[in-house]
Design a protein around this ligand. Structure first.
Ligand SMILES: C[S@@+](CC[C@H](N)C(=O)[O-])C[C@H]1O[C@@H](n2cnc3c(N)ncnc32)[C@H](O)[C@@H]1O
Length: 298
C-alpha cells in the first residue's frame, strides 16, 4: 500500500473528540447544529474535503481549519455540511406574489426614480436570483433601465462560480417554465442541452460571497429578501438573530420570504406580520429595530 492509499484509509476514522470539534466549529462559524445522528453524513461529506486537500485525518484537517486565517476553507467546510439543492421558480407561489402583489408597488418606486433592491440570501447555483430576474423582466422587459438590482449571496464559493457562469444542464434546469426559455440560449454539448442565461437577465444580478452568520458589508436596505431553505440548519437562537438582522436591513414594509419548512418564531413576531404562506412583511419603521446581534457590533 502506498502512502496516498494509506492516507485515504486513515481519514475514514472520525473520533468522538474530532466530531465534537467539528460540531463546535460549525456552530460558532455558522450557527449550524450537528447532532450525533449526523455523524455519518459529516464524515462522508468532509472526507471529500480531506481528499481535495490531500489531508490524511480529521484532526489534521481540524488544526488546518482552526488556523485558516483567511477563512477560505471555512466556507468549504460549512457548505460541505449544508446542501446546495435548488431549482428555477422553486416554491412558485413566491414568484406569483412577487409578480402580482409586490412588483406593482416597487414599480411605483422605480417610476419615481427611487432604487429597488432585492436580496437572494443563500442563492446556491443561481436559480433563485435568476428566477427573480426573469420575473422582473416578465413584468417589464425594459425594467433594467430603472435603478433595480438583485444581490445574490452564498457562503459557498463553488456555487457562486457556477451561478456567475449561468450555464445549466440536466436536472439543474428543472422548474424552468416554457415562457422563460427565451431568457436562455441553448447549445448542445455532446448529447446534453446546455442553457446559458442571457445578458439582460444576468445584468440584473450581482453575486457576492457572504456568510450570513458573519458581518455584512452592505450599507443600504432591501425591499425584498429571499432567504429560503437556508436557516433549516441553524439553531433557534441563530435563526432569531438572523431574522432580527433582516428586519434591520429591510426598508419600511419590506418583504421577507422563507422556505417551505421555515417560520418566524415568537421571539421576532413583533417585527413582521405574516401576509401569505412563508411571506412576511416588516412592520417596523427604520431605526426602531433593536440590534441584538453580536456580529453587527464586530
Ligand atoms: C438548499 S440551498 C437553498 C438555495 C435557494 N435559496 C433555494 O431555496 O432554492 C442552501 C444554500 O445556503 C447556503 N448557506 C448555508 N449556510 C450559509 C451561511 N451561513 N451563509 C450563507 N449561505 C449559507 C448554502 O451554501 C446553500 O447554497
Amino acid at each position: 500500500m502506498n502512502s496516498s492509499q494509506r492516507k485515504l484509509t486513515i481519514e475514514n476514522f472520525l473520533s468522538a473528540s474530532a466530531f465534537d470539534r467539528i460540531a463546535n466549529l460549525a456552530h460558532s462559524e455558522a450557527g449550524i447544529v450537528l447532532s450525533k445522528s449526523k455523524e455519518s453524513m459529516v464524515k462522508s461529506r468532509l472526507t471529500r474535503r480531506l481528499r481535495a486537500l490531500k489531508i490524511g485525518d480529521f484532526d489534521t484537517y481540524l488544526n488546518f481549519l482552526e488556523n485558516d486565517t483567511n477563512a477560505d476553507e471555512i466556507s468549504h467546510f460549512i457548505s460541505a455540511l449544508t446542501t446546495n439543492v435548488s431549482h428555477f421558480f422553486r416554491e412558485e407561489h413566491h414568484f406569483s406574489a412577487l409578480r402580482n402583489d409586490i412588483l406593482p408597488l416597487l414599480y411605483t418606486k422605480l417610476k419615481m426614480g427611487q432604487p429597488v433592491r432585492i436580496w437572494s440570501a443563500g442563492c446556491s447555483n443561481g436559480q433563485e436570483p435568476y428566477s427573480i430576474a426573469m420575473t422582473l423582466l416578465e413584468f417589464d422587459s425594459n425594467i433594467g433601465n430603472y435603478d433595480i438590482k438583485i444581490l445574490a449571496t452564498d457562503i459557498d464559493p463553488e456555487v457562486l462560480t457556477y451561478a456567475i457562469q449561468g450555464s445549466y444542464s440536466g436536472a439543474l434546469t428543472s422548474g424552468l417554465p416554457k415562457n422563460c426559455e427565451k431568457y436562455f440560449t441553448c447549445t448542445k454539448i455532446m448529447n446534453d442541452e446546455v442553457l446559458q442565461i442571457k445578458p439582460n437577465v444576468k445584468n440584473l444580478v450581482s453575486f457576492r460571497q457572504l456568510n450570513l452568520h458573519a458581518k455584512w458589508p452592505m450599507a443600504g436596505c432591501f425591499d425584498v429578501i429571499f432567504c429560503r431553505n437556508v436557516v433549516i440548519y441553524f439553531d433557534d437562537e441563530t435563526q432569531s438573530q438572523l431574522y432580527r438582522r433582516f428586519a434591520n436591513s429591510l426598508n419600511d414594509a419590506g418583504y421577507l420570504l422563507l422556505g417551505h419548512s421555515e417560520r418566524l418564531g415568537e421571539e421576532v413576531s413583533d417585527l413582521f406580520k405574516n401576509i401569505g404562506v412563508t411571506i412576511y412583511q416588516s412592520n417596523k419603521k427604520r431605526g426602531e429595530v433593536p440590534s441584538q446581534n453580536r456580529m453587527e457590533r464586530q
